[in-house]
Write a protein that binds this ligand. Structure first.
Ligand SMILES: NC(=O)C1=CN([C@@H]2O[C@H](COP(=O)(O)OP(=O)(O)OC[C@H]3O[C@@H](n4cnc5c(N)ncnc54)[C@H](OP(=O)(O)O)[C@@H]3O)[C@@H](O)[C@H]2O)C=CC1
Ligand SMILES: O=CC(=O)O
Length: 292
């Protein structure tokens, strides 16, 4: 079956590559068209616009940076909305807020198409390995149709009911992850500056009740100061911002998440937005004295 794929960033490239490897026919589009070349080498076709991809494919997946990108690919000229119609599906796997997803759902379904939001948990490596956790919500029939693709991209898919629930689940998960990353950064620095070996801290944490894959994966590179991007910090800060707005809507006080958001904002201000989100570690380090 021909599947469309819009957005070939860190995640979209890995996810669409997995679809190709598992025998799906994939037509790709990316705003920066040159990013399609590598996929073409692996057998993908290219659509000139999002509308051209949707026109060709029974269902189209999107993996875009943020709400503004998700909306623009649907609503702008040559966008998804120009070609979506009865019998076609649109699956947005980007991390956005429920309001964005709902707007897209309304527009797609008004034209007779079906819509699913399906943000994912798991980063570059799980995307490459087909080990994502998929948090889907919306049209159940489209979910059932997409299961073969989800099974290739992920290790587990959840169907969470009406549109909005996938987005909310993803934001809750990333709010927790962003808060944990800040506590972890502070702990690494505290260990170091109080005379402990941060490597030993990693060993202790890994045997403790709070052992987790994120500490295991990111700890060694954070100690080296290597922040090669798997999950760009600017996207984590976007997720904290959107999660805080969800907290605001529901009158949930989230001081820990708010402090974590401030740290990610500070890191963006320091020009670290395109690095991995673990670069928030740099905000905990003491400023180097200005050279005289
Ligand atoms: N990286 C990760 O670990 C994870 C990321 N996510 C989420 O997945 C989504 C994608 O993340 P990731 O792949 O890391 O991000 P990248 O920054 O690597 O890629 C972003 C993609 O969005 C496209 N894009 C940005 N703005 C626009 C626009 N205005 N119009 C059209 N296309 C646009 C980019 O196109 P171009 O190439 O032209 O810039 C690119 O294809 C985000 O929502 C992120 O929060 C979820 C789980 C894990
Ligand atoms: O959204 C990021 C992730 O690692 O999940």
């Amino acid at each position: 079956m021909e599947v469309g794929f819009l957005g070939l960033g860190i995640m979209g490239k890995a996810m669409s590559m997995n679809l190709l490897k598992h025998g799906f026919k994939v037509t790709v589009w990316n705003r920066t068209l040159s990013k399609c070349d590598e996929l073409v080498e692996h057998g993908a076709s290219v659509g000139e616009t999002p509308a051209a991809v949707v026109k060709k494919c029974k269902y189209t997946i999107a993996m875009l940076s943020d709400p503004a990108a998700a909306l623009s690919v649907v609503f702008e000229k040559d966008g998804v909305l120009e070609a979506i119609c009865g019998g076609k599906g649109y699956i947005d796997m980007s991390t956005v807020d429920a309001e964005t997803s709902t707007k897209i759902n309304e527009a797609i379904t008004a034209k007779g198409g079906s819509f699913l939001e399906a943000p994912v948990s798991g980063s570059k490596k799980p995307a490459e390995d087909g080990q994502l956790v998929i948090l889907a919500a919306g049209e159940k029939a489209l979910y059932d149709e997409a299961i073969p693709a989800f099974d290739v991209m992920g290790k587990k898919s959840f169907f969470l009911g009406p549109v909005g629930n996938g987005a909310k689940m993803k934001l809750v998960v990333n709010m927790i992850m962003g808060s944990m990353m800040n506590a972890f950064s502070e702990g690494l620095e505290l260990a170091d500056k109080s005379g402990l070996d941060p490597q030993t801290l990693l060993g202790v944490l890994d045997l403790a009740a709070i052992a987790n894959p994120m500490f295991r994966l990111k700890g060694p590179t954070m100690i080296q100061g290597n922040y090669s991007p798997a999950f760009p910090l600017k996207h984590q800060q976007k997720d904290m911002r959107l999660a805080l707005a969800l907290g605001d809507e529901n009158a949930i006080s989230m001081p820990v998440a708010a402090a974590a958001n401030e740290a990610f904002k500070k890191a963006r201000g320091l020009g670290l937005g395109d690095l991995d989100f673990s670069a928030v570690h740099e905000t905990v380090k003491p400023l180097k004295p200005a050279s005289s």
